[in-house]
Unconditional design. Structure first.
Length: 327
């Protein structure tokens, strides 16, 4: 990341800015760039709101599913950079509500890109569009996942992100839109209030004196990626999109630190002084056993690497939840 000087005078749209990662991107840029967020519902517990940064962004009301709304926002605020982060992000919810997940993640993506296509033909102001895909878009192939692997998926969430990824590639190839794609591992840190996830859920249970529960059998292996590193990945990618070896490419970003769910719970428990044993519910079935990414491409081409280990990021993360939950 070159530093925030790059963003002076830039006009940035962040979708999903009341969600987890989008909140952090908007917060990182809002005092330097002219940031606009597309907001369907006011979320008081978003990182953007709790950090006091809502007053530093332009708030446009509307939904990603409305292309007219997205076009209006792009034109009205003269956007030159789009971070398309907005999505339904929970795998388990996607299994319960597949249609809503497809509408949000697939239709929302083509609406954003079609709006960008139409507006860019008129104004030529759009310079950067970064679309959030996911490590889940690789499906159940043998890791480490590399960017040249075919995309797939099993759960509705996996499929929705693979489709959004492919749609983005199509808009790049057919309409020369200035698109790059990010594929991230599991992100954690302050601002994640989806307590069904293992990191915030475990911390919340310990703070509130409840039982720590693991939905799977505890053996699933993932990478856990601190949100500040995720923000640096997004900004680094966008800042380098003027380069021919970057524009139009997909990049993996993650920590390189692989842990089982049981390992994650143990590290959090040890840090917080929790002596209890987690309850293994074993209710999450048909999940991919092991997922991790190769970030060699990002390291080599972008010069990017993560700055935080899981243990190094825990103090800041736990303190944020204590402040939120009154622990």
């Amino acid at each position: 990341m070159e530093g925030l000087d790059f963003w002076k005078g830039k006009k940035v749209l962040v979708t999903g800015a009341t969600g987890f990662i989008g909140s952090h991107i908007a917060s990182a840029l809002c005092r330097t760039a002219d940031v606009t967020v597309l907001e369907r519902d006011r979320t008081k517990n978003s990182f953007l709101a709790l950090s006091g940064n809502m007053e530093h962004v332009n708030i446009a009301r509307g939904e990603l599913e409305s292309m007219d709304t997205v076009m209006r926002v792009l034109a009205e605020y003269e956007i030159d950079t789009v971070f398309h982060i907005g999505a339904q992000p929970i795998v388990e919810i996607s299994k319960i509500e597949p249609r809503k997940t497809f509408e949000s993640n697939i239709e929302g993506t083509w609406n954003v890109l079609e709006a960008c296509r139409l507006v860019s033909y008129e104004s030529r102001k759009l310079r950067r569009i970064v679309v959030a895909s996911s490590d889940k878009s690789y499906g159940s192939q043998a890791p480490p996942y590399t960017e040249d692997m075919p995309l797939g998926g099993g759960s509705p969430y996996d499929v929705s992100k693979a489709c959004a990824d492919l749609i983005s590639q199509s808009y790049r190839k057919n309409y020369a839109l200035p698109i790059c794609i990010s594929r991230l591992g599991n992100v954690f840190g302050p601002g994640d209030t989806n307590f069904s996830r293992i990191v915030p859920g475990t911390i919340k249970s310990i703070i509130e004196g409840g039982d720590v529960e693991i939905r799977s059998d505890g053996s699933l292996v993932r990478e856990y990626f601190f949100v500040k590193d995720a923000v640096s990945a997004y900004l680094t990618l966008a800042e380098n999109m003027h380069r021919k070896d970057v524009l139009g490419e997909a990049f993996n970003f993650s920590s390189g630190e692989k842990m089982s769910v049981l390992d994650v719970v143990k590290r959090i428990s040890d840090f917080m002084g929790y002596k209890g044993q987690p309850k293994i519910l074993n209710s999450a079935r048909n999940e991919i056993q092991t997922q991790f990414l190769s970030t060699e491409k990002a390291r080599h081409i972008l010069g990017w690497s993560p700055s935080f280990s899981f243990s190094g990021a825990l103090p800041e993360t736990v303190e944020w939840y204590k402040a939120l939950l009154g622990g």
